[in-house]
Ligand binder design. Structure first.
Ligand code: PHB
Length: 395
């Protein structure tokens, strides 16, 4: 017999979405249990994305007095688009009065784990979820095994899948593990972390004849950079010298500060939106619901935006004396509004900046025409700035 526990909301996944949700629920007086298959140290050390939108930062500041977004993180007021031999800065505050912050996801997670554990959150690591038992549709149960390998059953009034792109909860909502709209891309990113001073103060997104490169930062001592590669590339294959030659050739006009490469990985690209985001008393948020290619820096921000809507809906449904189903009934529709805009933006940035392996001369010249139409037009730059810094929440 499994050990059975009861809670109001069972949250699968202790990433940014699951942890922010547990905080917003606690603020509304709604108890939750959060489980994750990983250990705390794995969660705190996995290198992921780095850009937070203005909305995300405003929320972190509001919920977490200990957030280090302003001390460890850095505000970025623009990005540079580079193509041909031109460099164009997109000035976010001048165009839209907003900014973004470079603050790595694993640092956000350290803050949020400390916040939730400090507040006494029931947060269980090493729990492998097998699925959701909907025998009683009003009380779905998360079933799986705990860190000791014992069967565990968490009965709740609502279950949330915040468990990433390989979600174990998704099948309950969509009817299959993969059910969704998706597209793949004929390229990937080769990412490195290196020990070197920054090569630029802001991010450089470069479309070069040899393919795309992104120069990002992490801290005064560690930098993150990427270059477009084949999706089947072997991350261990190139030498450090070859990696630097590839990167350097793709950002003409900037001399990169080279240093020891301390991590390398190949990130495959995918755009995905689940066919359904909610069924009955089970809902999906973040990468469990959708995936975007990293070029638009939208992943974590979109997850947090879902959570804000879902928390509001769960408050209406579950808070003392509530039981209002209207917001949960419209959760998917409201979340999808932003999700598809972010899908478009991420696809657009990706298509505009990468060189497809089968690109013809026409495709190449058209792409440079597209880049020029964006940077030479205030409307074009404003659209990019608006989407990159994040659309304000709907009133
Ligand atoms: C990163 O710093 O890891 C990063 C920044 C911007 C992106 C993607 C990744 O668009």
């Amino acid at each position: 017999m499994p050990t059975t526990v009861r809670t109001r909301v069972a949250v699968v996944g202790a990433g940014p979405a699951g942890l922010v949700l547990s905080q917003l629920l606690a603020d509304a007086g709604i108890e939750s249990i959060v489980v994750d298959s990983r250990s705390r140290s794995e969660i705190e050390s996995t290198i992921r994305a780095g850009i937070l939108e203005q909305n995300t930062v405003d929320l972190l500041r509001a919920i977490d007095p200990g957030t280090r977004v302003d001390t460890v993180g850095h505000r970025h007021d623009g990005i540079e688009l580079r193509f041909g031999d031109e460099a164009h800065r997109i000035d976010f505050p001048a165009l839209v009065g907003r900014s973004v912050w470079l603050y790595p996801q694993h640092e956000v997670l350290k803050d949020l784990l400390a916040l939730r554990l400090g507040a006494g959150q029931d947060l269980r690591f090493g729990v492998t979820v097998a699925g959701v038992d909907e025998g009683d549709p009003e009380h779905p149960a998360v079933v799986g095994t705990d860190a000791q390998g014992e069967a565990v059953r968490i009965e709740a009034d609502f279950v949330v899948g915040a468990d990433g792109s390989r979600s174990a909860v998704r099948a309950t909502v969509t009817g299959s593990r993969s059910g969704g709209y998706f597209r793949e891309y004929p390229f990937a990113w080769f990412g490195i972390l290196c020990e070197a001073p920054p090569s630029a103060q802001e991010l450089i997104y470069s479309n070069s004849e040899q393919g795309f490169a992104l120069i990002s930062q992490r801290s005064p001592e560690v930098q993150r950079m990427y270059f477009q590669c084949d999706p089947d590339a072997d991350a261990t294959a190139p030498s450090e010298a070859e990696i630097w030659d590839t990167l350097q050739a793709r950002v003409p006009g900037t001399t990169l500060h080279e240093g020891r490469i301390i991590q390398r990985d190949v990130l495959r690209f995918r755009s995905f939106v689940a066919h359904e985001l909610r069924r009955g008393r089970v809902a999906l948020v973040g990468d469990a619901a959708h995936t975007v290619p990293p070029t638009g820096a939208k992943g974590m921000n979109l997850a947090i935006a879902d959570v804000v809507l879902l928390a509001e809906a769960l408050r209406a449904l579950l808070a003392e004396g509530a039981r209002d189903e209207r917001l949960i009934d419209s959760y998917a529709e409201r979340a999808l509004d932003r999700i598809w805009k972010a899908q478009h933006f991420s696809w657009w940035m990706t298509s505009m900046l990468h060189v497809a392996p089968d690109a013809t001369d026409f495709d190449r010249r058209r792409q440079l025409g597209e880049l020029r139409s964006v940077v030479e037009s205030e409307a074009g730059r404003t659209y990019l700035a608006e989407a990159y810094t994040g659309w304000p929440a709907r009133a």
